[in-house]
Design a binder for this molecule. Sequence first.
Ligand code: KG4
Ligand code: ZN
Length: 353
Amino acid sequence: MKPLLGIETSCDDTSAAVLTSDGEVLSSVVASQVEVHAPYGGIVPELASRAHLRSLPPVVLAALERAGVGMDDLAAIAVTAGPGLLGSLLVGVSYAKAAAWSLRVPLIPVNHVEAHLRSPWIEHPDLDYPALALAVSGGHSHLFFCESPERVSIVASTRDDAAGEALDKLAKRMGLPYPGGPIIDRIAGRGDAGAVPFSLPRMSSGSLDYSFSGLKTAALHHMRENRLDLPDGCDPDGLPQWAYDLLASYQKRVVDHLLQRLKKASLVLGPRSLVMAGGVACNSVLRERLTLLGQELGIRTAFPSPMYCTDNAAMVAFLALRRLDAPAPSESTVDAFPTAHWPSLSHPLLRSA
Ligand code: KG4
Ligand code: ZN
């Protein structure tokens, strides 16, 4: 069967990928906007849409060229329709609609978070369902129970910041470049993760939901109380020891919090796989600790290579493969949606320890 083109523009990465109908990634091209947003210390939605407008056509052409595939060879086009930044989504959706219409191929709209949840299967196709899946990025911290790629329900979600946001915000406050998550991952090993005794977030309702704002406030309080400060734009490789200790302790607590909930849910729900995806799933401490947790529980763990953890179109096309044989909606009915909801999984034993 002919290959499939995937398009992803939901946030600040412009991406296109070409996959064979049996899931082999022939090409995956990502144009990052980090340089566009770095001076602002976070994503500026208007700048993101404009950058997608500029980058998407050449990114699609590069993906086709690397795959050795022409526009006319495509079986279908898959595009992220939501959730995400509306202006960014509209660029990808409009492009994909026009391309699908002019090529007379089906257009398959894809949910971005569900594409992340499916991404571990790109490299581990034999992973079993049901899976307990952590989706952790700059915009999401959700724990999902996936009975199949299409049947997913929420076990826990964040009440405030996402895990990546929590890392990025502390890094910004400490004068480190944006995005802070990968920098913290690279330098936190120089600090003592037990140096700052942050307590683990708890929900008074006993819910398994995540919350990172208390942790962030505790870190800022620690800096104020001890009169610790760093100038903006400081060199991550030349920080005082207290800063490495703080980052190591903070990163450890973010990981503890994510995995404590995942372990509890796993003991109750008995999944056959533990997986994670999203930008924060690149974190080396989180990857190591999830692997150890899987060994402790006797459950297979898997996470994608970093290129499939952060936003990418390969995961979008990969999820859409499941729908190649289903009737596709008419292009004119496909629209961008900025938010998404999933059913919640309620279980009497799903309460935090
Ligand atoms: O999935 P993603 O590329 O974009 C969305 O937010 O959808 O995730 C970006 C987030 C940022 O918060 C970034 O700091 C974080 O993922 N991140 C990391 C690492 N790499 C990216 N956080 C911790 N450790 C990393 N190695
Ligand atoms: Zn994402």
